[in-house]
Design a protein around this ligand. Structure first.
Ligand SMILES: C[S@@+](CC[C@H](N)C(=O)[O-])C[C@H]1O[C@@H](n2cnc3c(N)ncnc32)[C@H](O)[C@@H]1O
Length: 294
């Protein structure tokens, strides 16, 4: 049996990083070396270049915060939650217990919308992000569409507070409006883009997710009901009466949900117009428009 992880202020930065990598590897963490480096840099308040430049400097006072970070990571808390922030589409978003940690895969959803509406980038578009969480999707879209205004809705008032904080920090508060409520209930009017990355995990499957997800993402952000499709049905059934002419509805999809969501859309007067795969080759996004234009 190996000795438990210990760090002290006299230990060099490089040695501490190695000790963390070893402890994380033994604990079965997939990205042990990367996590060790990122946490070491964060505890020291330096970037990767700084770590490479002065590997032999002692940890000093950073030893106790690095030890606290390491304990949290060994308890399977994701690095983004330990640091309280996550990069998404080139911007930094605060994350806390009330919001899903925005995933790189969700950038595919933003890219699909940009491709579909690229020719309209300078129009005064109206955007609606349902289940906005940290506000990452809405923030990314408002950055790309400089004349757009956007509304974000979330059932969790605590998530709404984080979304507002993030959009304010991006300088978007004059164009972004966050509302607490159930999907389209607090919304009136028509939108050029309705986007959602809804909860889509089958209720029974939540307990089998990786600890990083199961223990730290809010259940409200994960649980899509018995078949994982409840949110798609709820949103699609109300979306047609809120889409503008030429407007699009864009959904992120869970694994193997494309065909089922396609038929939900069709049953709600919406016409699927495209799908997009993520970098792993999985169908990740489905786009739809109005079957009959208003
Ligand atoms: C998968 S998370 C997506 C968060 C964020 N949009 C992202 O992509 O990182 C789903 C979000 O939907 C919210 N949500 C769940 N049920 C809802 C409902 N009935 N009405 C509005 N929002 C809901 C959750 O609180 C959560 O923030």
């Amino acid at each position: 049996m190996s000795a438990p992880l210990t760090l002290d202020g006299n230990m060099s930065r490089a040695k501490a990083q190695r000790a963390l990598t070893e402890a994380f590897t033994k604990a079965g963490l997939d990205s042990a070396a990367l996590d060790a480096r990122v946490l070491t840099c964060a505890a020291l308040g330096i970037d990767h270049a700084g770590l490479l430049r002065d590997p032999d400097l002692p940890l000093g006072e950073a030893a106790s915060s690095l030890m606290a970070f390491a304990k949290r990571r060994l308890a399977r808390e994701p690095v983004s939650r330990i640091l309280g922030r996550r990069e998404f589409f080139g911007e930094t978003y605060a994350v806390g217990p009330a919001v899903l940690d925005p995933r790189p895969d969700t950038e595919t959803l933003v890219e699909a919308i940009l491709s579909a509406l690229g020719g309209r980038a300078n129009e005064a578009l109206r955007l609606l992000d349902l289940g906005t969480g940290s506000g990452a999707i809405l923030g990314a879209l408002l950055r790309q569409f400089p004349r757009a205004i956007g509304f974000g809705v979330d059932l969790s008032p605590a998530a709404c507070a984080i979304a507002r904080q993030n959009l304010d920090a991006l300088g978007l508060c004059g164009r972004a409006f966050i509302l607490a409520g159930r999907w389209l209930a607090p919304i009136s009017g028509r939108f050029d883009v309705i986007v959602s990355n809804p909860p889509y995990i089958e209720a029974e499957a939540v307990a089998g997710l990786d600890p990083e997800v199961r223990l730290y993402d809010p259940r409200l952000a994960l649980d899509g009901g018995v078949d994982g499709l409840e949110a798609y049905r709820a949103i699609a059934s109300a979306a047609a009466s809120h889409l503008a002419p030429r407007g699009i509805l864009a959904f992120e999809l869970g694994a193997d949900q494309a065909a089922a969501v396609d038929s939900i859309l069709r049953s709600c007067g919406l016409e699927p117009i495209g799908r997009r795969r993520d970098l792993a080759g999985r169908e990740r996004v489905i786009l739809a428009g109005l079957e009959i234009q208003p």
